[in-house]
Design a protein. Structure first.
Length: 180
């Protein structure tokens, strides 16, 4: 009994360190999500310009343009990181279909506004990829600390919940088929 009490007394001062570490890592995850959210908004702001540029050339591709617009609205209306992740994945899928449609229009591909928008979108996608990677690294560090002994006791006592990774949907993991 005295050994258990002694161990508990020795661990008590260390629990503050575990709590503080969890708080710091939780804030790092929140900050990393803020950067992902920032890049999602930047991409969301570019999409209407891209859609309007394509509309002039590909008016009969309404279904694809509608899907992009709907997906963009879901991103803008997402309330939580998990909703944003799902909506972002839907927008990525719709944008990839839009890029396929654009390949059919050589005049569109030569349009300077379109080229500029496509370059901005590509740059945003790269920044978004880096932000997602940093977010997932923060989630990994936080979730690992949260599950380790003895911090797991502190995490459970103070209701530190696990965080979700930003994952690529299965349909986007498939290897694209190239036909000549």
């Amino acid at each position: 009994m005295t050994a258990a009490l002694l161990a508990l007394l020795m661990a008590a001062p260390l629990s503050g360190c575990g709590y503080n570490k969890l708080v710091g890592q939780d804030e790092a995850v929140t900050a990393a999500w803020g950067e992902v959210d920032n890049q999602l908004k930047r991409r969301n702001d570019l999409v209407p310009n891209l859609v309007n540029t394509v509309k002039g050339y590909a008016a009969h591709e309404k279904e694809v343009l509608l899907k992009v617009t709907e997906a963009r609205s879901r991103v803008a209306g997402a309330g939580s990181p998990s909703e944003s992740m799902e909506a972002s994945n839907q927008l990525s899928s719709a944008l990839s279909r839009l890029l396929v449609v654009m390949e059919r229009y050589p005049d569109l591909k030569a349009n300077q506004n379109f080229i500029r928008l496509q370059d901005e979108l590509a740059g945003t996608e790269n920044r978004l990829s880096v932000a997602r990677m940093r977010y997932n690294e923060s989630v990994r560090a936080y979730n690992t600390t949260r599950r380790r002994f003895p911090t797991n006791f502190i995490a459970n006592a103070f209701d530190f919940e696990g965080r979700d990774y930003f994952e690529t949907p299965e349909e986007e993991k498939a290897v694209p088929e190239v036909k000549f």
